[in-house]
Design a protein around this ligand. Structure first.
Ligand code: KG4
Ligand code: ZN
Length: 330
């Protein structure tokens, strides 16, 4: 079974080919145009998707050594995401499915992040917990099977990726700042500066308070010493990273203890963070968990995870009609 999947929910145009559940190609074109604006500009994102989608799909097919006519299904991200961006992927997928007279499969972007764990071994056993952390989401998902997922905890305000990016912006770092905080933090002392954690009930998260506390902290420090940031960047980054990772893992441990589940997985762009990877691995050893962290290229937005999610749907015959439209807030 030959399947083409398309991901265009935010600022990555991606296409992947999967044959009987095995990924044969995964092409990702990242849009660099947003860097100068300090965040994703939706209008520019949809235009860039429009320009890239054809070459990206062509490359995915040629890397997999497959002709369009051989395809058995076309999958696309229906949401959540930016409307203009989603429309490009959805329209392309619909047109291709119609032209080739093959089924169309809609995929939920966040479910696909979770199902990225099935791209290659080691694969978690059901039921498992998945901490899904990206620029748009922060969730603890209880995964009973590929089609049965329950969000048991989530952020009530900013996503953790946003918290990384916004604090980086306050430090004068370019977008997306998450990877830069990670890089500086490696040379810093995480105990040099401490930031308050906001207590949230149950398994939910909150990150907006820490961003505000950080803003005031920087304002006070730079008032006394205008070169404060420049002189302390690694320590500041290490402190903020430790705080954000701490908030995530405290709730994840609570979720694992509450549910009694010891299969624990990490998904989404922020799972690239080295501090989070190390701390999760250590916590897993202490708590007796089996920890699963996908390869970096399958953590950030990519079409291979869309293909994987679509593969499960194909097996169950879950297809979508041509009437379908994107769901930005799905
Ligand atoms: O899943 P993703 O690629 O896109 C969304 O669906 O949002 O996640 C992107 C987010 C951005 O906020 C980016 O700063 C963050 O992941 N990120 C990181 C790291 N690499 C990417 N945050 C912290 N440390 C990293 N190494
Ligand atoms: Zn994502």
């Amino acid at each position: 079974m030959f399947l083409l999947a398309i991901e265009s929910s935010c600022d990555e145009t991606s296409a992947a080919v999967c044959v009987n559940g095995k990924i044969q190609s995964n092409v990702v074109a990242t849009q660099l145009v947003h860097e100068q604006y300090g965040g994703v500009v939706p209008e520019l994102a949809s235009r860039a998707h429009q320009q890239r989608i054809v070459p990206v799909v062509e490359r995915a097919l040629s890397e997999a050594n497959i002709q369009k006519n051989a395809l058995n299904a076309v999958a696309f991200t229906r949401g959540p995401g930016l409307l203009g961006s989603l429309l490009v992927g959805a329209s392309f997928a619909k047109a291709l499915a119609l032209a080739l007279d093959i089924p169309l499969i809609e995929v939920h972007h966040m479910q696909a992040h979770v199902l990225a764990h099935f791209i290659e071994p080691p694969v978690p056993e059901f039921p498992f917990l998945c901490l899904t952390v990206s620029g748009g989401h922060t969730q603890i998902v209880l995964v009973r099977d590929p089609a049965d997922m329950e969000i048991i905890g989530q952020t009530q305000d900013d996503a953790v990726g946003e918290a990384f990016d916004k604090t980086a912006k306050l430090l004068g770092l370019p977008y997306p700042g998450g990877p830069l905080i990670d890089r500086y933090a490696r040379q810093g002392n995480p105990e040099a500066f401490r930031f308050p954690e906001v207590e949230m009930p149950g398994l939910d998260f909150s990150f907006s308070g820490i961003k505000t506390a950080f803003l005031y902290f920087l304002r006070d420090q730079t008032r006394q010493n205008p070169d404060f940031i420049e002189q302390n960047l690694p320590d500041i980054c290490a402190g903020i990273q430790k705080t954000l990772v701490g908030i995530l893992l405290t709730k994840l441990r609570k979720a694992a203890r509450q549910t009694g589940i010891r299969e624990v997985a990490l998904a989404g762009g922020v799972s690239a963070n080295s501090g989070l990877r190390t701390a999760l691995t250590e916590m897993g050893q202490k708590e007796g968990w089996n920890v699963y962290i996908p390869r970096f290229e399958y953590c950030t937005d990519n079409a291979a995870m869309i293909a994987m999610a679509a593969h499960f749907k194909y097996l169950k015959g879950e297809f979508t009609s041509q009437e379908v439209s994107p769901l930005p807030r799905w």
